[in-house]
Design a binder for this molecule. Structure first.
Ligand code: NDP
Ligand code: 8X3
Length: 251
């Protein structure tokens, strides 16, 4: 039975992914900072779930947490790099650098570090890495600045991993969702402004965490000889707009 490590297990996609994986018969290690949320999930999911409290931005903490995994949980077959966040939707020229730093520390450095630490095991197991990127890593939008750039990193890192892992049997996918409701994403992005966060999804029929979880199961259950490199998904209600052209008034 495969052992799967899911980061960002305490909320949103990660929580739903853990639930769906356990229901599908996998053993799941769920990692996040909020231990009490992980303990709730442990109560719900039982013996097939192992809560791993860690802050991805703290290398020493990640090292320690991974080293302390019991032996029967330590051989990981699949790493799901889901933890991540956006902070703010201000224009770059008005943004707070601390927000940029936190996004880079989490979405880029945290993701890279845990991947680096687990890669030797994943190679031994002919395992799999699923990174949660975003459409923001491909399509620019106002206020997307550093968040989108971190997700562009995740996309290119995923593809470059494939190049390095050629011949090892390790599969790598970058899953790139668009607008998804039912998570804490916008609540975090808007720094606890619940009303603003909820308004964003009103009437959108957005993707839900369960949809992401089912997509993850589909990716894991693809035959070993198939690698889905990138999978971009949007709610049907979301599409593309024209590129704006600024008209100069004082010609
Ligand atoms: P949530 O805010 O609901 O969940 C984010 C998770 O990441 C939480 O479990 C949080 O746990 C964890 N996390 C954040 N920082 C850290 C850290 N330093 N160390 C460990 N864990 C951390 O967001 P979503 O579920 O919506 O987002 C999950 C992923 O999907 C993110 O990478 C996001 O960028 C991406 N995404 C989201 C979309 C959306 O519209 N919702 C669309 C496209 C991509 P804790 O706070 O307990 O540490
Ligand atoms: C989250 C989707 O469009 O808010 O990655 O950037 S978006």
């Amino acid at each position: 039975m495969k052992t799967i490590l899911v980061t960002g297990a305490s909320a949103g996609f990660g929580r739903a992914i853990c639930q769906e994986l356990v229901q599908s018969g996998y053993r799941v290690i769920g990692a996040a900072r909020r231990q009490e949320k992980l303990e709730d999930l442990k109560k719900e999911l039982g013996e097939s779930f192992y809560p791993l409290s860690l802050d991805l931005t703290n290398k020493a903490e990640v090292d320690k947490a991974l080293a302390q995994l019991p032996e029967n949980w330590s051989m990981i077959d699949v790493l799901i790099n889901n933890a991540g966040l956006a902070l703010g939707l201000d224009k770059a020229q008005e943004a707070d650098f601390n927000d940029w730093e936190t996004m880079i520390m989490t979405n880029v450095l945290g993701l890279s570090f845990i991947t680096n630490q687990l890669l030797p095991k994943l190679v031994l197991k002919r395992g799999q890495i699923i990174n949660i990127g975003s459409i923001a890593g491909t399509y620019p939008y106002p206020g997307g600045n550093v968040y989108g750039a971190t997700k562009a990193f995740v996309k290119q890192f995923s593809l470059n991993l494939r190049a390095d892992l050629a011949g090892t049997g390790v599969r790598v996918t970058n899953l790139e969702p668009g607008l998804c409701g039912g998570t804490e994403f916008s609540f975090v992005r808007f720094k606890g402004d619940k009303e603003r966060a909820e308004k964003l999804y009103e009437g959108t029929n957005s993707i839900q965490p369960e949809d992401i979880a089912k997509t993850i199961i589909w990716l894991i259950q693809q035959p070993q000889h198939i690698n889905i490199n990138r999978l971009e998904m949007m709610p049907t209600s979301q599409s593309f707009g024209a590129l704006p052209v600024h008209i100069q008034e004082d010609k």
